[in-house]
Design a protein around this ligand. Structure first.
Ligand SMILES: Cc1ncc(COP(=O)(O)O)c(C=O)c1O
Length: 403
């Protein structure tokens, strides 16, 4: 007989780096998820902005099933059709001329930061190594990416950090100007900071940072791991600003739930690379890329992209109704369906309580830091599901407020 799988087992067998909710999801369909007991949840979390088309989208299932009967893996000693097809789609729809596939956001960023350093060394000087990044930013959990990320709690305690990385406040042009110089190889930022609290870059900030990068021959790297792939209402968020990066990273929604990531760049920057400089065994895996192609075609449609702002408006309307009753939110942040609700000061540091109580009322939400609730639902969630989920969430808010 198989041993019983319970939440307690997690505490015995998994490295204690997470503290997951106390139910175990076993099935998902669209924006609904069921646990082991058959209890149904409305999903406003979307696997942290990954399940952009909800759970088990029929076209993604079809793509995965078809590819699973053709070819699973060949490594990068050989290329494969789905990877080339997906790269073509990305290139046709963005500034990019070259794509590097990997498996997670952190790996795409690792590739981006290595490329920026390598490009500077090849084209200018081995001493052009400075990376300018921003407080509260998040770029992943490898040692280079936590070091570039602007939250020391994720990079402290692991020994000497990679050198020559400077953090300054986000949206602060004077701070960037004060540290930018000829030794700078890259400025790295999220157009909308995801984990850090849903702060959007101002158009002026991106424009001037772009100009500074041009002035000092530094590369502008946009981490769109969380805010890309339709999440904010355009294929990539940079397309809403009049600013084009030199390198862009994409992950999360790119595979609609299947792990895949990509680093996008230009021919000129890519031209410093050659076989052996960088790589990964699984990057460009046929299964991942086949699902990626299907997800890309659906997300990159006017119907889905235009629906994002409509759904954001519905979410905010519902949150306003809750706020009229309970006075818990101070402001709404982020863009599109990367939506943050900052808590009023009296509820600061309680974001996690809202999350936990929300699951009691059968709705899944996220936080972004201790003071901001985050909603990253499916981009095609229905109006009924938004209303139903918000009814449940309202009860959770009432409970937290009265506790
Ligand atoms: C902006 C951003 N960059 C990078 C990452 C890291 O992605 P992954 O967890 O897939 O490595 C995340 C994950 O939340 C993210 O939000």
């Amino acid at each position: 007989m198989q041993p019983e799988i319970t939440r307690d087992l997690f505490d015995k067998v998994i490295l204690p780096v997470y503290s997951p909710a106390n139910f175990i999801p076993v099935k998902g369909n669209g924006s609904r998820v069921w646990d082991q007991n058959g209890e149904e949840y409305i999903d406003f979390a979307g696997g942290i902005a990954v399940n952009a088309l909800g759970h088990c989208h029929p076209q993604l299932i079809n793509a995965l099933q078809q590819q699973s009967e053709q070819l699973w893996h060949v490594s990068n000693v050989f290329t494969n059709e789905p990877a080339l097809r997906l790269a073509q789609k990305i290139i046709e729809n963005t500034f990019a001329e070259r794509v590097f596939f990997a498996n997670s956001g952190a790996e795409a960023n690792e590739a981006a930061f290595k490329l920026a350093r390598y490009y500077a060394a090849e084209r200018y000087s081995p001493y052009k190594t400075k990376i300018i990044a921003f407080y509260q930013s998040f770029h992943g959990r490898t040692f280079f990416t936590v070091s570039v990320g602007g939250q020391a709690k994720y990079s402290d305690g692991f020994g000497p950090k990679p050198a020559d990385i400077i953090h300054v406040p986000f949206n602060d042009l004077d701070a960037v100007k004060a540290v930018m110089d000829d030794h700078t190889c890259a400025v790295v930022l999220e157009p909308v900071q995801g984990e850090g609290g849903l702060t959007s870059a101002t158009p002026e900030f991106l424009k001037v940072v772009r100009a500074l990068c041009d002035q000092y021959n530094a590369l502008l790297v946009f981490d769109e791991v969380q805010c890309g792939m339709g999440r904010t209402g355009s294929l990539y968020t940079y397309q809403q600003y009049d600013v084009i990066p030199d390198i862009l990273t994409s992950a999360k929604a790119l595979g609609g739930g299947f792990p895949i990531s990509a680093m996008l760049t230009t021919n000129e920057i890519a031209s410093v690379m050659h076989p052996g400089v960088h790589g990964t065994t699984y990057g460009g895996n046929p299964l991942a890329c086949a699902v990626g192609c299907a997800a890309f075609d659906i997300i990159n449609s006017p119907e889905v992209l235009e629906g994002v702002q409509k759904r954001r408006a519905m979410f905010i309307e519902q949150l306003e109704t809750i706020n009229d009753k309970f006075k818990v939110f101070r402001e709404y942040r982020g863009k599109g369906l990367l939506l943050g609700a900052e808590l009023q000061p009296e509820f600061h540091s309680k974001a996690r309580d809202f999350l936990n109580v929300a699951t009691e009322y059968k709705v899944m939400i996220l936080n972004a830091g201790p003071n901001v609730l985050r909603f990253t639902p499916s981009l095609i969630i229905s109006e009924d599901e938004i209303k139903e989920g918000m009814n449940r969430f309202s009860k959770a808010v009432e409970k937290v407020v009265n506790s």
